[in-house]
Design a protein around this ligand. Structure first.
Ligand SMILES: [Zn+2]
Length: 149
């Protein structure tokens, strides 16, 4: 299975509709080739971006907005589901792409951006994110992603 097909299969498993379209009807603020209808549990993906690896990482993040938090996208604390994203990217086999997204776009709630940290500090950050996810309930004790809605 290709990476996008695995993400699509994951969407199916967590009850999110994966819709390929020309232009997403509700574009995400930082990735306008993706859109989410969080109430309708729909992920919209622009057909022209299906081969863009960075988009796969962004898709994992947007699916997180739909299932890994109870907050609407505009008021969600994204660090609440960074651990979920890491777990979801792992089981989708797209961790490499999710990581490149994190390297360029993720803040850490500390002084540094994720991409500025060294490898040891990045691993520690992910470990803390998984611990936070377990406390919130969107990561299982064994490290699998858990849906909260
Ligand atoms: Zn977001």
């Amino acid at each position: 299975m290709k990476p996008w097909e695995r993400v699509r299969a994951f969407c199916y498993r967590v009850g999110v509709e994966f819709r390929i379209c020309d232009r997403p009807p509700r574009p995400c603020p930082f990735s306008t080739h993706l859109g989410i209808g969080w109430r309708s549990r729909t992920l919209y993906v622009s057909a022209t971006h299906l081969r863009d690896p960075l988009t796969i990482g962004q898709a994992i993040h947007e699916i997180g907005h739909i299932v890994a938090t109870r907050e609407p996208p505009e008021s969600a604390d994204e660090l609440d589901f960074t651990g979920w994203e890491s777990a979801a990217a792992s089981i989708c086999g797209v961790r490499r792409w999710w990581y490149s997204l994190a390297m360029t776009e993720y803040g850490t709630d500390e002084l540094d951006e994720f991409g500025d940290l060294d490898t040891t500090a990045q691993r520690a950050f992910i470990r803390r994110a998984l611990t936070r996810g377990r406390a919130i309930g969107n990561v299982s004790p064994s490290g699998r992603p858990v849906s909260l809605r």
